[in-house]
Write a protein that binds this ligand. Structure first.
Ligand code: FPP
Length: 254
């Protein structure tokens, strides 16, 4: 099997810790229904988990943390729930941005603006601008994000260059595709965690997660935090990342 170029990222600050962790935050609804609470309460508590997880990631020396906050498929939810999720994002940016900025956190956003209200677009853009020069943790918010759309947009952009005569189809490389994704300049995730025991990627970082280790945590997202993050990293450490080669234990060259 031919293999793509390896996009590795050594975490120079903390070699045992993944450089980039991406999380599919799942289980808010189940957490709420188990307690006889409205789904929104699960999302609200999910925001608390997100805050705990950002702090834990910073303390561990993780360089990039990406979270799937609102997928392109989430528009299929009831309008009231969508409104609540939009409200939580507003609350998060308004309440936490100054603190995150003071902690040297850089905010990046993945996803499209279509369908978002102008105030949300402005909040996200302002957060990116304000924190652009920060050098601590890069916190990537996937909001109104879907991987197929992201790749389709990249392909369209390449096709436009071909149609305009700026690029020959034979010149297209994997690096060019990667350079037109939302994650340009960000290393691929070493570890993708999905909480709540569900085991699928649900249109999340399908290109970037080609060589990621996948950890499926049984913890529902509102219960997630430092301890569950540590457990997921511990599971990641037991893995033998081969990138299509052979195991180091078998004499493979990594
Ligand atoms: C999945 O749980 C979670 C979401 C669709 C939303 C995630 C949102 C947060 C954690 C809130 C805070 C974050 C921001 C930045 C707005 P689910 O509702 O699908 O749970 P279920 O599968 O148990 O029903």
């Amino acid at each position: 099997m031919s293999d793509s170029p390896i996009v590795t990222s050594m975490n120079e600050q903390s070699p045992c810790v993944p450089t980039h962790i991406a999380i599919i935050m799942d289980g808010n609804g189940r957490w709420a229904s188990q307690r006889g609470l409205p789904r929104f309460e699960g999302h609200r508590r999910g925001l608390e988990s997100l805050r705990r997880t950002i702090t834990a990631a910073e303390e561990l020396g993780v360089r990039y943390l990406t979270v799937y906050s609102f997928s392109s498929e989430n528009w299929r939810r009831p309008v009231t729930e969508i409104t609540e999720l939009m409200g939580l994002l507003r609350r998060f940016i308004r309440n936490d941005l100054a603190d995150l900025h003071a902690r040297n956190v850089r905010i990046r956003v993945m996803g499209v603006q279509d369908g978002l209200s102008p105030d949300i677009v402005a909040l996200l853009e302002d957060a990116e601008k304000l924190t652009a020069a920060n050098t601590g943790l890069t916190f990537v918010v996937a909001f109104n994000y879907g991987s197929r759309r992201e790749m389709t947009d990249a392909m369209r952009s390449l096709a436009e260059d071909v149609a305009a005569g700026r690029l020959a189809p034979s010149e297209i490389t994997e690096e060019m595709v990667a350079g037109r994704l939302n994650t340009v300049g960000i290393p691929d995730p070493d570890l993708v965690i999905r909480t709540s025991g569900e085991q699928r990627l649900s249109n999340f970082m399908l290109w970037q997660a080609s060589y990621s280790e996948l950890v499926f945590s049984p913890v529902l997202w509102p219960d997630f935090g430092r301890e569950a993050l540590n457990a997921s990293i511990e599971e990641y450490r037991q893995r033998d990342r081969r990138y299509g080669g052979i195991s180091a234990a078998m004499g493979g060259n990594r």
